[in-house]
Write a protein that binds this ligand. Structure first.
Ligand code: F6P
Length: 359
């Protein structure tokens, strides 16, 4: 008998279901006796013993379904070692659930925070596999996370739609793309949609340089400009502040503006007198069906995870490096963030064709 547990944790994204389908189909096709336990709403299900026994039928017809059939929740890693409101030791509770069900392996789908807790459970002696999901593509040790390209498609579509209206109206449009800490999604969606300016957290912007890029376009006869701005875009002067001061300033900004794009819009308006519009596609970027690339990636990652379980190889993240699905030791990647290097080749290519990063 092989018993596995599955859980999805953190913000959802496309292809979570597709990945779990890959794991379960990969096992069901090759193992005689299989029991699958699905923990509900992320680590909460593991902590409080909220699970369902699932069969391979539950994983049929979900390749294209967005969201997660198990539900998810955010359980911050930094609070994992803190007792819950009733004094329960969460780590102990999770390991107890695992042992009570006599699991052979727990497969955890999630982003960076989820991965840190997965590594913690590995350190506690559980057999863990982590499968890298996030629209942010910021997990260290894998070239790509599932969810990323689906979100790129949605953000690109949003900017494409803005393009047609922007060109009719001679306005400046800002489209705010998800990504508080990293700018991969904004970078890719910005390039894919022909944005004129891309602002990402890793490359702090100078508002005068942004304005110069807009004015240059006007001088060259383009009456409209499109800016793809990451949620975490940051001005040069703010990036230079000590942490405490920055926090204060961010709190003050949050009282004045719904998000960074509105602040940038106000500044551009003041400096140019141009009409600015802001569009925030928000959580649509995490919704809907996975794109074909993500369906293939997640199926491959899920299938390889099944093989690792059959080989009794645990303690890994299953990622993709140079087109090959690879196992990466959890301890080597947990806690690391994969950011856009300011001199990344993609950034350089974008700059060469005239895209401004406001730096
Ligand atoms: O980590 C994925 C992500 O979608 C980020 O890009 C975004 O900033 C954040 O989650 C939004 O989180 P929430 O769903 O909790 O609002």
């Amino acid at each position: 008998m092989l018993r596995i547990g599955l859980l999805t944790s953190g913000g959802d994204c496309q292809a979570l279901n597709a990945t779990m389908r890959g794991v379960v189909k990969g096992l069901a096709n090759n193992v005689k006796d299989l029991e699958v336990y699905g923990f509900m709403n992320g680590y909460k299900g593991l902590i409080y013993g909220d699970y369902r026994m699932l069969t391979s039928k539950d994983f049929s017809g979900i390749l294209t379904r967005g969201g997660t059939i198990l539900g998810t929740s955010r359980q911050p890693f930094k609070l994992m070692r803190e007792p819950d409101a009733n004094g329960l030791n969460k780590v102990e509770a999770m390991t107890q659930t695992y042992h009570k069900l006599r699991l052979d392996c727990l497969v955890i789908l999630g982003g960076n925070g989820t991965q840190k807790t997965a590594n913690l459970l590995r350190e506690e002696g559980l057999n863990i596999l982590h499968l890298p999901k996030t629209i942010d593509n910021d997990i260290w040790g894998t070239d790509m996370t599932f969810g990323f390209y689906s979100a790129v498609n949605i953000a690109t579509d949003a900017i494409d739609c803005i393009h047609t209206t922007a060109s009719s109206h001679q306005r400046v449009f800002i489209v705010e793309v998800m990504g508080h800490k990293v700018g991969w999604l904004t970078l890719y969606a910005g390039i894919a949609s022909g944005a004129d300016v891309i602002l990402i957290p890793e490359i702090p912007y100078d508002i005068d340089k942004v304005v110069a890029a807009i004015e240059k376009r006007s001088r060259n006869g383009s009456g409209f400009t499109i800016l793809a701005v990451a949620e975490g875009a940051i001005a040069k002067e703010d990036a230079a502040l000590p942490k405490k001061e920055l926090k204060k300033k961010m709190e003050a900004n949050a009282k004045k503006y719904p998000s960074v794009s509105y602040k940038i819009a106000k500044e551009i308006e003041e400096k140019t007198g141009m009409e600015i519009r802001v569009t925030v596609p928000g959580h649509t970027q995490r919704g809907g069906s996975p794109c074909p690339y993500d369906r293939v990636l997640s199926t491959r990652i899920g299938s390889e995870a099944a093989q690792l379980i059959m080989d009794k190889e645990y303690g890994y993240m299953v990622g993709i490096i140079n087109g090959k699905i690879k196992k990466v030791p959890l301890e080597s990647c947990a806690g690391k963030l994969k950011m856009v290097a300011p001199d990344d080749q993609v950034v350089q290519d974008a700059k060469r064709i005239g895209i401004s990063f406001g730096d």
